[in-house]
Design a protein around this ligand. Sequence first.
Ligand code: IMP
Ligand code: MG
Length: 332
Amino acid sequence: MPCTVIVGAFWGDEGKGKIISHLAIKDDLDFCVRTGSVNAAHTVWLKGKRYALHMVPASFINKKTRLLIAPGANVHVGKFFEEIKLTKVKTRIGVDKYASIIEEKHSIKDKTSAHLKGLGTTGWGVGPALEERARRTAKLAKDIAELEPYVTDVTEEINDGIDDGKNVLLEGTQGFMLSLFHGTYPFVTGRDTGASAICSEAGVGPTRVDDVIIVFKSFITRVGAGPLPGEITKEEAQKRGWFEKAAGTGRDRRSAPFDFELAKQNGRINGATQAALTKIDCVFPKSRSVRSYDKLPKEARMFVKKVEEKTELPVTLIGTGPDSLDIIDRRK
Ligand code: IMP
Ligand code: MG
């Protein structure tokens, strides 16, 4: 803090929602800006209730946080209102005037276009919505009457916030390997998902960022088509306790062991200053719900050390279970 970027290291679903919800409370976030679009679901557990958020920033659990949707984001109006109701954030959420709108016709195109066939997109229409934006025919938030009460200048709000020393978090979506520029093209999403792109979507210059936290999951998952080095079978994933279903689409996630080389490379390209390591309890079950580093089993501590050595990044946050309190926070 004050300005921190959260970026996913692999193919999404690293547990960014959980990390952000912890920071929301622990660092008493003033602003949280969501980038990307409705294709990404961020899971937040609060008092035994699970939220899979497609639009509302994951720090909604702190009632003080101003929640914002970036100018570079794509707003699904229906989901936006549905989630505002669910999370009761009506009075403290804003959408940038330049955020573009994702419509039903985009979803139809996503599911029927020949060139998208076989990529395993989420079907929400993000690719076609971004194509439309690049063509300069997209609707923007400022053109939508229903959104009028929420429309704001996000870039100005957060840059003022940074000037005033407020805690600002820029919430990346998906993962770096799904980046249009740096990922496993063509099996990628329609935008860059890296830390620099998160800043660009929000409207924050690179020199204004203090920390980039890259989120590693203790094993790797991917939904949709495309390469996944070291992929194991579904049966093996179930045996290891790594089998997951997508929070957004309910599809099976494919899985693979942690990739130290990829972690190092992506930490470097994203300019990460720290790493979060989630779901360590899925790899070392005795880590479950442990809340201090010393109480982690030895093998888990050795794994953390190895991640730190190989990536040359300090692992400052370690997720040990789904609850936002199931975390070890080693930051000073
Ligand atoms: P699209 O983003 O819906 O166009 O899908 C492109 C690729 O990105 C597909 O492989 C999707 O499964 C993947 N993808 C998109 N959003 C997410 C996400 O939030 N988590 C994981 N994978 C995603
Ligand atoms: Mg997700």
